[in-house]
Design a protein around this ligand. Structure first.
Ligand SMILES: Cc1cc2nc3c(=O)[nH]c(=O)nc-3n(C[C@H](O)[C@H](O)[C@H](O)COP(=O)(O)OP(=O)(O)OC[C@H]3O[C@@H](n4cnc5c(N)ncnc54)[C@H](O)[C@@H]3O)c2cc1C
Ligand code: FES
Length: 282
């Protein structure tokens, strides 16, 4: 049963349709949540009750949706007991899904060269964004992905080409980085890959670029340095510890520059995607 929450966030007792395990304690779960699937945007997230015995929900970005079939997918890495319990759920089990939540990425048609820079469990919202950009009606975006991970990617890697097959199939160039010696990955940080590529592009092409990124905070700060270095606009998807995730507790606030003045913003409902220069000022 679904209950509308302010008309945009829904609570759904979602059936687990599939759960697939990947190396390094990573999982992809497909959940039946038709309202969420219909209204989710790239960068929005769900807040999941992982088991009835664990009342504190866990926030996870939405990886993929299918509005016709009424499901959403999440990709997660088990850290502690909540996601461990979620990983134990199988087809037919039910999970309470609150979502979709938050302001996602806002693709800019005036700057169609879209650099998607993702690290670790920050990759899911960028996979969603890649799909959105590849199928944007009437606008020809030129997405290009730079992904970094220290765990094997939970997607098929084209080891010779150094790319993800899913993105190859969608016509989206990708490059992979890792410090763990993974096949198909260049050694080093994903931001080094992105910086090197941007550095090869002419100024006219840079004038058409925007950076979209999600990953751990040190990576996002490094991404913002690349953005500053080449004067590129950026949209960063932040991860903060969250309690309510619907704007009520102020447990997730971060300082954000608005018109040059510092304001406290809630990552859950004012974000999680913010203008990079407003959160990590140069
Ligand atoms: C908007 C958003 C999107 C996210 N998307 C993803 C994703 O797509 N895939 C993924 O694997 N992880 C994602 N995370 C991080 C994920 O929520 C935490 O890793 C997860 O809550 C840890 O839960 P646990 O039960 O495994 O660990 P525990 O250690 O048992 O969690 C304990 C508590 O800490 C909180 N917590 C722990 N780590 C984090 C963290 N990094 N961020 C926020 N809260 C945390 C949990 O919510 C919980 O309340 C996201 C976080 C946010 C805020
Ligand atoms: S987590 Fe409660 S306001 Fe964001």
């Amino acid at each position: 049963m679904n209950k509308g929450h302010r008309g945009t966030i829904f609570v759904t007792e979602a059936e687990v349709l599939a759960q697939t395990a990947y190396p390094g304690g990573q999982f992809i779960a497909r959940l039946r949540a038709p309202d969420c699937a219909r209204t989710a945007t790239a960068g929005s997230f769900v807040h999941l009750q992982c088991s009835p015995g664990i009342p504190m929900r866990r926030p996870l970005s939405i990886l993929r949706t299918n509005a016709t079939e009424g499901w959403v997918e999440v990709l997660y890495k088990v850290v502690g007991q909540g996601l461990q319990a979620l990983a134990a759920a199988g087809p037919g089990d039910r999970v309470s899904v609150l979502g979709p939540i938050g302001q996602g990425f806002r693709p800019d048609p005036a700057r169609p060269v879209a650099l998607l820079i993702g690290g670790g469990v920050g990759i899911p919202p960028l996979m969603f964004l890649a799909e959105v950009l590849a199928h944007s009606p009437g606008i020809r975006f030129e997405p290009r992905a730079f992904f970094g991970s220290e765990l094997p990617f939970p997607f098929e890697v084209n080891a010779e080409g150094g790319s993800l097959r899913l993105l190859d199939d969608a016509g989206i160039p990708s490059q992979l980085a890792s410090n763990a010696g993974l096949p198909g990955c260049k050694p080093g940080f994903v931001t080094d890959l992105a910086r090197a590529w941007v550095g090869t592009r002419p100024a006219a092409e840079r004038a058409r670029m925007t950076i979209y990124s999600c990953g751990p905070t040190p990576m996002l700060k490094a991404v913002q340095k690349v953005a500053d270095e080449f004067s590129l606009p950026s949209q960063l998807c932040l991860e903060e510890f969250m309690a309510c995730a619907v704007g009520g507790c102020a447990g997730c606030v971060v300082p954000v520059l608005v018109d040059g003045k510092r304001q406290m913003k809630r990552v859950c409902v004012d974000g999680p995607v913010f203008d990079g220069a407003s959160v990590y000022a140069a």
